[in-house]
Design a protein around this ligand. Structure first.
Ligand code: HC1
Ligand code: SF4
Length: 573
């Protein structure tokens, strides 16, 4: 440990701390903009400058290592003026349409400017010429709002190992863009939206689909069905001021009904269905010499990453569609037939924590009934906007249930939203199918938690099955490189495109810098899902009575003919 003095206060912290972290631990808030813990620590924006005794110039506290005996001042006239000047300069080249901006009231630039008491834009004049790129089905870029912090660039390259964003030009002309300034649609972006989550301002946002959904709801000829992903219930409450990790499943169902959806279903039902299909697919591959390791296929960012960067693993992907696509296909077949509704009149909306799901829903491979399985995908943030537009007092809503049959799910399904969850859910079912015996303990703790790559060896009767779990496509690259080189061997791998799994998907509520400093968002939100799992009476997918019913009435058996037609697909690049 080292002891330093910050604003006259003695502070003792671990020696690997920066001055910024030391100050925060002492309750002193130094503003930041370009700083993103462990991802973008570059000291570029200089909004976090402090005075250090003995140093001639102001120092960026986010990259300044603490030293024993250091004397730091964070609140002098010199510091305040320097910070203000930095922000004024940024504002002078920033499209300041705050009231109509996506990030109004959730913008880090706005709040830093406010906190510093910036009252006017000092250097108004010419602005860098830019245009909004709306070509991608998932991510919209507006460089006119970009403050060149580089957070998106670092996330895309360091965490996701994609690297389609970078700085171009010099000086005043500098912008963040793609190589050769190509449209987002034309670069190998995987649509994960992690750049959106990292952006402090409104320069990156999802492609909004709210108006299509309102139109469908208003259309008397449309039967509009909505489904919600596991991870949405763990984060939606944050948009209405509830603490991170508050589970709002019941209020969410109530809100959706009040918005006017005809049926409120749960993607979790289809997560159980996925486990039935994927579990049996794994057993079939193990027993009949199929392609191994089998790799999960529910995360569309990961699928696109595999197509672009690891095409040699395409045959390793499970042929299962992702759960929400399965549910869409089931709604437009089984549900349509049972209720005498023409599938052409059904409009399926998926509420997802993910921006890549927007791209996925438009894929040609995913239209098994002759219609798109899913018609619109809204992020958690977009759902919150609809609820606000409708004037619904979310916090005061009662808890309601999902609608019958396609709303019934188990604890195994809800943990899909956290890294390791699909693996654990699959193991709960596969273990019991193989051994014919009930598991004594259904929790597989080895695959839980936020470590980048997790491994376990599971005994299934007389078989030993080696499994691995990776989250973020960066971690997936490391794992796949080891598999490719023969260094590691597995039977079954779960990959989720985002670090932490769906709970921290690119469509989830934005998190303030203060919360980022003090909490691990991944853990807080995952906790809500594991709680819901524990609260469920049925916690294994194969025991879901409605899953049994749908196999009896419609699909026959897992991986049967009808399943293949509706629930499986093939990705060929
Ligand atoms: Fe996910 Fe999935 S878990 S991919 O992370 O398999 O988005 O939540 O809905 O489809 O069920 C996302 C979450 C989600 C699918 C399921
Ligand atoms: Fe990179 Fe993902 Fe953003 Fe695409 S969506 S630019 S892959 S971080």
């Amino acid at each position: 440990n080292v002891t330093l003095t910050i604003d006259g206060q003695k502070v003792t912290v671990p020696e690997n701390y920066t001055v910024l972290e030391a100050a925060r631990s002492a309750g002193i808030n130094i503003p930041t903009l370009c700083y993103l813990k462990e991802i973008n620590e570059v000291g570029a924006c200089r909004v976090c400058v402090v005075e250090v005794e003995g140093a001639r110039t102001l120092q960026a506290s986010c990259v300044l290592q603490v030293q024993d005996g250091m004397v730091v001042k964070t609140n002098t006239k010199k510091v305040r003026e320097a910070r203000k000047a930095v922000v004024e300069l940024m504002l002078s080249n920033h499209k300041g349409d705050c009231t109509t901006c996506e990030r109004n009231n959730k913008c880090e630039l706005q709040s830093v400017a406010n906190d510093l008491g910036v009252k006017e834009v000092a250097f108004e004049g010419e602005m860098t010429e830019t245009y909004e790129d709306t070509s991608s089905p998932s991510v919209v870029r507006d460089p006119g709002k970009c403050i060149l912090c580089g957070r998106c660039v670092s996330v895309c390259s360091k965490v996701q190992n994609v690297g389609v964003l970078g700085f171009t030009n010099r000086g005043f002309e500098t912008i963040v863009t793609t190589a050769f300034n190509k449209d987002m649609r034309d670069v190998p972006c995987i649509n994960c939206g992690q750049c959106i989550a990292a952006c402090p301002v409104g320069a990156l946002k999802e492609k909004e689909e709210i108006d299509y959904v309102w139109d469908a709801i208003e259309d008397p000829n449309k039967h509009v069905v909505v489904q919600t992903a596991p991870a949405v219930r763990a984060a939606l409450g944050e948009e209405f001021g509830l603490p991170m990790g508050t589970r709002v499943t019941g209020k969410m169902a109530a809100a959706l009904r009040r918005l006017g959806f005809d049926k409120v279903f749960d993607t979790d039902f289809a997560a159980d269905l996925t486990i039935m299909e994927e579990g049996h697919e794994l057993l079939d591959r193990l027993e009949n010499g199929g392609k191994l390791p089998m790799i999960t296929s529910c995360s569309p960012g990961w699928i696109k990453f595999c197509e672009h960067y690891y095409p040699e693993f395409l045959d390793n992907l499970s042929t299962c569609k992702s759960p929400h696509q399965m549910l869409g296909a089931v709604v437009k077949s089984y549900y349509a037939e049972k209720n005498g509704i023409d599938p052409k009149d059904i409009y399926v909306v998926s509420i997802m924590p993910c921006t890549a799901k927007k791209f996925e829903s438009q894929r040609e491979e995913l239209q098994s009934t002759g219609y798109a399985d899913v018609d619109s995908v809204l992020t958690t943030r977009e759902l919150a906007k609809m609820i606000k537009q409708a004037g619904i007092d979310f916090v005061e809503l009662p808890d309601e249930d999902f609608d019958e049959v396609l709303g019934e799910s188990t604890g195994a399904a809800v943990i899909f939203g956290a890294t390791g969850g699909v693996m654990e859910a699959a193991l709960r079912t596969v273990a019991e199918v193989v051994t014919g015996k009930e598991l004594e303990k259904i929790e597989f703790e080895q695959v839980r938690g936020v470590e980048g790559i997790k491994e376990a060896t599971i005994n299934l009767g007389d078989k030993e099955v080696k499994v691995a779990v990776a989250h973020s496509t960066g971690a997936a690259s490391k794992l796949l490189d080891q598999v490719k080189s023969g260094e590691k061997e597995y039977h079954f791998i779960e990959v989720m495109g985002c670090s932490g799994g769906c709970v921290t998907g690119g469509g989830q509520p934005h998190v303030t810098m203060k919360d980022r400093m003090t909490k691990d968002i991944r853990k807080e939100r995952a906790k809500a899902l594991y709680e819901e799992d524990e609260a469920k009476t049925i916690r294994k997918s194969h025991e879901n009575p409605m899953i049994k019913k749908i196999y009896d009435e419609y699909f026959g058996k897992p991986n049967g003919h009808k399943s293949h037609e509706l629930l499986h697909t093939h990705y060929v690049k």
